[in-house]
Write a protein that binds this ligand. Structure first.
Ligand code: 5GP
Length: 482
């Protein structure tokens, strides 16, 4: 018998008190893990949070587990106990034999025999997990499971509160920068973050990654490098892991003695773990690496005038591949004329057409705006070829008020195409004045002035490989159209 009704009751009292304390997320979760493990007479407990895309689990609180066990790497959510994602409890009688355990040799070294995990649910969706570890083989009773489910419910509230705090902190900082009152907006990636970094440069780095919307994990894995008498004598823990790029990053300053030592460890790591992609980087090296992956302009920590990145390069490319699949499926067996409106559409058009598995031809139109507020549209370059009797897909960078689209659609319809549809990368629906039919939409964007990936402000910013929000101070309320 693990815990009695009385011990579970007093543990729940302690847990809810911790949950309602003013401490940070990690401290609260460590305290909850400790009370839970003790009440269940278990040897360890771990509280994990799922990242926003439900790909991996990150430890946010622990009790009774060694550093090595905790830093055995980010856990793949689909491989590690997939039942949790379905909202079900998982019981593992023998952790060293069960194929659902991702690092059984580490479990063996730690003397872990049984594991009980239950999902942390928010409105029926798994957002994390709480796990109990025992050294002896254990059968858990219904009372044990019910207790753990109750702790998981408390964890859901703790997570929600922590995310709200992060959201408020970020929003507060953003509004301070903009000099505007706080207006809550969703975080690009809602992952619970560690509260403490070992070094201020790591925090700077994390901010830079956030700016470029690159997901990161802080020190998620330790690699044993040297053993003495069966015990680990040396380990190496890279500072960051970037799951989207599958790269571990170790930051370094310019102090030569530190670089030499880190290089030695990295050489060892590469010999022992050849499948692991790890880089030793100075800040400027890192920016060069980002540029290679299409994230930032070379050598610039941040793009002057861009408040924050809304869609990074990888995300735009993923979305375009999906759009192209839908278009190719809908027009299967047909020929298609893509009509783009210059100049904002150039990047989108170039990437989209490369993923279409159809015979396509291209045509372009250019327009300018006149009138007091530039609200009247005039065609400055018309189509080169005829579209009569052809299937036409009009490709737009962004649909804002819908006036341009409406005008161009009228113009194109007059040429009697066989069909006429619209594909836009961005849909700023909140500002629509004329209801325009959109058949394919990349992203529904907030009501902010965006630049990059073809979109300009006064002719600049088109070359950025991402789409970002322009610092509101720059536009001062005007909306440039070209
Ligand atoms: P609409 O006629 O739908 O109001 O405006 C469409 C045109 O306005 C787009 O093709 C684009 O050139 C410009 N536009 C609208 N919103 C933005 C924005 O947020 N950023 C940029 N760079 N251009 C925009």
């Amino acid at each position: 018998m693990a815990g009695s009704r009385g011990s579970y009751y007093s543990a729940l009292k302690r847990i809810t008190k911790a949950a309602n304390s003013a401490f940070g997320l990690r401290k609260i979760c460590n305290s909850v893990a400790k009370s839970t493990a003790k009440a269940m007479q278990a040897n360890g407990c771990r509280i994990l949070s799922l990242n926003s895309r439900k790909e991996y689990l990150i430890t946010v609180g622990t009790y009774g587990l060694s550093d090595l066990y905790l830093k055995k790497g980010p856990l793949d959510a689909r491989k590690s106990l997939p039942d949790i994602l379905e909202g079900r409890a998982v019981f593992i009688a023998d952790a060293t034999e069960d194929e659902r355990v991702q690092h059984p040799q580490v479990a063996l070294a730690q003397g872990i025999a049984s594991i009980l995990g239950v999902p942390i649910l928010e409105r029926g969706q798994a957002i994390g997990e709480i796990r109990i570890y025992t050294r002896e083989h254990r059968q858990f009773s219904e009372a044990d499971k019910n207790f753990l489910f109750s702790v998981a419910d408390v964890c859901a509230v703790i997570f929600e509160r922590a995310e709200l705090h992060q959201l408020l902190a970020q929003d507060y900082k953003a509004s301070e920068r903009r000099g505007k009152p706080s207006q809550l907006s969703p975080l690009p990636t809602t992952t619970l973050r560690p509260t403490r970094f070992a070094h201020p440069s790591e925090e700077d780095f994390a901010k830079l990654l956030d700016f470029y919307c690159i997901e990161w994990l802080y020190e998620p894995r330790s690699f044993p490098l040297r053993w003495e008498g069966g015990k680990i004598a040396e380990m190496f823990t890279p500072d960051f892991y970037l799951p989207e790029l599958d790269i571990y990053v170790e930051l370094t300053t310019l102090k030569q003695n530190l670089i030499t030592e880190k290089n030695r460890k990295l050489r060892q790591l590469r010999e022992l773990y050849p499948e692991v992609n790890v880089r030793l980087l100075t800040k400027s090296d890192f920016l060069r690496l980002l540029a290679k992956y299409g994230y930032g302009p070379l050598g610039e920590a941040k793009v002057e005038g861009v408040d924050r990145v809304l869609y990074n390069h990888a995300r735009i490319q993923r979305r375009i591949r999906t759009l192209a699949r839908h278009i190719s499926r809908d027009y299967a067996g047909e020929r298609l004329v893509l009509v783009g409106i210059l100049k904002g559409v150039i990047c989108f058009m170039a990437d989209l057409m490369q993923h279409l598995s159809l015979p396509v031809t291209l045509d372009f139109m250019a327009i300018s705006y006149y009138g007091v507020d530039g609200q009247v549209v005039k065609i400055t370059k018309d189509l080169d070829g005829s579209i009569t009797g052809q299937h036409v897909l009009m490709v737009e960078d962004i649909v804002d008020t819908g006036m341009t689209l409406n005008y161009i659609l009228d113009h194109l319809s007059a040429h009697n195409p066989a069909s006429l549809r619209v594909c836009t990368l961005l849909d700023k629906r909140a500002r629509r004045l004329i209801d325009a039919p959109l058949d394919y939409v990349g992203f529904e964007t907030p009501d902010e002035f965006v630049v990059g990936y073809g979109l300009d402000y006064r002719g600049e910013y088109r070359n950025l490989p991402f789409i970002g929000i322009l610092h509101p101070g720059l536009t001062k309320g005007e909306q440039l159209q070209e």
